[in-house]
Design a protein around this ligand. Sequence first.
Ligand SMILES: Nc1ncnc2c1ncn2[C@@H]1O[C@H](COP(=O)(O)OP(=O)(O)OP(=O)(O)O)[C@@H](O)[C@H]1O
Ligand SMILES: [Mg+2]
Length: 443
Amino acid sequence: MSKLLIVDDDAGISRTLQLHYQSQEFEVSTANCVDAGVEIAHTFQPDVIVLDIRMEGKSGIEGIVDFKAVSPQSRIIMITAYHDMDSTISAMQEGADEYIHKPIDIDELDQAIEKALQYHASTHQDVVAIPDSFGRSMVGSSHAMKEIYKTIGRIALTNASVMITGESGTGKEMVARAIHNAGRREGSPFVAINCAALVENLLESEMFGHKKGAFTGAIADQQGKFELACQGTLFLDEVGELSPQIQAKLLRVLQEKEFTPLGGKRSIKTSARIISATNIEFEQALEDKTFREDLFYRLQVVKIHIPPLRERQEDLEALIPALLARANKELGTHVSKVAMDAMELLCAYPWPGNVRELENTLTKAVALCPGDILTSDLFDDLRVDRNDSISLEPQTDLSLQDMEYRHVLQILESVGGHKGKACEVLKISRPRLQRILESGVAH
Ligand SMILES: Nc1ncnc2c1ncn2[C@@H]1O[C@H](COP(=O)(O)OP(=O)(O)OP(=O)(O)O)[C@@H](O)[C@H]1O
Ligand SMILES: [Mg+2]
């Protein structure tokens, strides 16, 4: 039998609620002020406390800590006639789990109590522990990831250029950094450049630098990323988007190991290691002749493909705790466990946005988590999409931003991760696509 404690100085309300919940097989106690309630809670150990705010003596909000002290597992539902923002915020900050306005809508209270009891059920099931700390290293022990670690180990000390392929959010930049960090180049710079983010002229000057007066607006000499990366690693993200002109220039740099800044006379030597990444099917770009074959082979001396997360779901077991530890660190929270049913929900979802989407979802859940255990109700959004595809059925509980994000992921998946093609289908600009992807599932 579930135990309920009602603390309200309005005897009428207490009595009505008591009768209602007794008829639903609850064991119910009542109190008319915080101090009396705390005394009862001490021995009664209720599963749920329904707590009024304005009462004689201590207010309900002040009482939250006292109740938590004597009966820490109790879930607290505040009820109040006050609709102001400040008391709602302070109640949630003090550790209330739900906040319901008077006049009480009994269905709403039923639901809140039901949810609180579900939480108890989750805390009694097995849990997965979240580690206290998390380094920046990669996790995952699927066959594919193990092969990737091996390749990184083999090539880190060489100068071979590497091409990393994989859908959006699979961890391409992370692999590039791992190669850099494991190599001799540790301590030297890792310089990233997004080939799709800039228009051609700017990109050229960004890569190779320019001299003062090289073009209108070039008011001072500027070092290019090739120069900045000199002994280190230059990471060319979304390399498939390079224009023919820059492809030609890049090929010359790779052949001659030197380049000339825009408007410059003298060439500069470079021994930067080149790691590129792309989420497009290169075969197609080569066939269409939009990407030079000779450059392609220079960039792809070694190829590393990162499969989408849905093809290596066993990695979720390690990724989830690791990403949660990272979220705790970023948010300053201390969520320490994941309930097994939440874990199952997370593992069954296909993650079209790959590790990045997983990370966004987990960070959001940690931010909203009321206690120290992540329960499955925090992942209700994932239930709709269980059948390996994203449903486009109208959903009544999704924000426009969520809908937009999901739609973008679905389109990206349908075009094999090719962002350019996704933009064409969606009829939006590249930066806008990027912004939507970065916004993640934020509400
Ligand atoms: N194996 C992994 N272990 C831990 N974290 C990972 C792993 N793979 C990816 N991540 C994390 O997921 C996020 C996305 O990774 P990353 O930016 O490297 O992906 P990407 O393939 O470059 O994505 P995009 O195509 O969108 O640029 C990052 O926060 C990264 O730290
Ligand atoms: Mg990236």
